[in-house]
Write a protein that binds this ligand. Structure first.
Ligand code: PSU
Ligand code: MN
Length: 303
């Protein structure tokens, strides 16, 4: 992408120039991951948490074909309310830009743009991964490919529980993505703290994670990293409780013949319905928790 297509907000540009801590945020979670007004409230709250922890938030999206790094309140409102916002992975960016359309960036596209802008740390809810039934659908999120190619650390509550988590770990391994459990031996499973799967690496806190990322850079390793931060215990939905709702949502997804980009948004919305909003509360809590850790890592990196 030509950097001429990048519109970096004044606040973010100043912070980057002064080598202050900056945390990238994605926008698909706003347009496709949650409904209005919870999506807008969460986006604003997450930006505030990042500021409160000494970093500058840089929410990323494409508006009228311009790649924006750092959004205004009005931009966030557009993404939270508009129905015609595209869901953009990295390979979808040129279409949205060349046509002058609005699009929200997934983990993959956000990582790519963050790297172009010079941002090293990014917070989200959960990364995309290998979908259950991949043997026939071949549905593997491009997030995993981008994680292997782009040096941005993604702070997430593991991969979403709707996925095939053992297969997701294998594809991360194949793509040379370090997966770091934060103060846990297990891969967290989004709504739940535990998955029963071992996290390949364990680090205790932001200081250790920043040291890891600096070593990655010094060694010239260009892959990203998945910083898998478990949802706070007070907000988690134990795996045994969420399991049935996920199964039901997956059946409904198949019955409606939802495929490709539609799958993750459908499942998240359906699980929120089935749990009468409990999964949404958990999702919001884990995103906030990830924003806090991402800001701490970004601060430690420049400190
Ligand atoms: N985290 C959330 N909610 C979301 C997402 C992450 O809490 O909606 C989004 C991210 O943008 C991620 C996408 O990249 O879900 C995965 O989509 P897919 O499975 O189609 O690759
Ligand atoms: Mn997919």
């Amino acid at each position: 992408m030509n950097p001429a297509d990048l519109d970096i907000s004044l606040e973010v540009a100043k912070a980057l120039r002064a080598r202050r801590a900056v945390v990238a945020l994605e926008s698909t979670i706003i347009s496709h991951g949650m409904a209005y007004p919870a999506n807008l409230e969460t986006a604003l709250a997450v930006e505030q948490i990042i500021r409160d922890h000494g970093a500058v938030p840089a929410t990323i999206a494409v508006l009228h074909g311009r790649v924006k790094v750092g959004l205004s309140h009005e931009d966030l409102l557009t993404l939270a309310q508009a129905k015609d916002v595209l869901k953009l992975s990295t390979h979808d960016l040129p279409f949205c830009v060349s046509k002058g359309l609005n699009g929200a960036t997934t983990v993959a596209a956000t990582m790519r743009i963050a790297a172009l802008a010079g941002i090293r740390v990014f917070a989200t809810g959960g990364v995309g991964g290998v979908h259950r039934g991949w043997e026939s659908s071949l549905d593997i999120s491009a997030d995993l490919i981008e994680l292997g190619r782009t040096p941005v650390a993604v702070v997430a509550a593991g991969a979403k529980a709707i996925l095939d988590l053992p297969a997701t770990l294998e594809v991360l391994e194949t793509n040379m993505v370090p997966v770091i459990g934060v103060a846990t031996n297990e891969l967290p499973a989004f709504y739940s703290r535990s998955s029963g799967l071992k996290a390949p690496i364990r680090l205790e806190n932001a200081i250790e994670i920043a040291a890891f990322l600096l070593a990655q850079t010094r060694l010239g390793i260009k892959s990203g990293a998945l910083i898998a931060n478990p949802i706070p215990a007070s907000d988690e939905i134990p795996a045994s409780e969420i399991h049935g709702f996920i199964e039901q949502a997956l059946q409904d997804c198949a019955a409606h013949k939802i495929a490709a980009k539609g799958v993750t948004p459908f499942l998240l919305a359906r699980i929120a319905e089935l749990t009468q909003g409990r999964s949404l509360i958990a999702n919001i809590a884990l995103v906030k928790n990830n924003a806090r850790l991402a800001a701490e890592i970004a601060v430690a990196l420049v400190g």
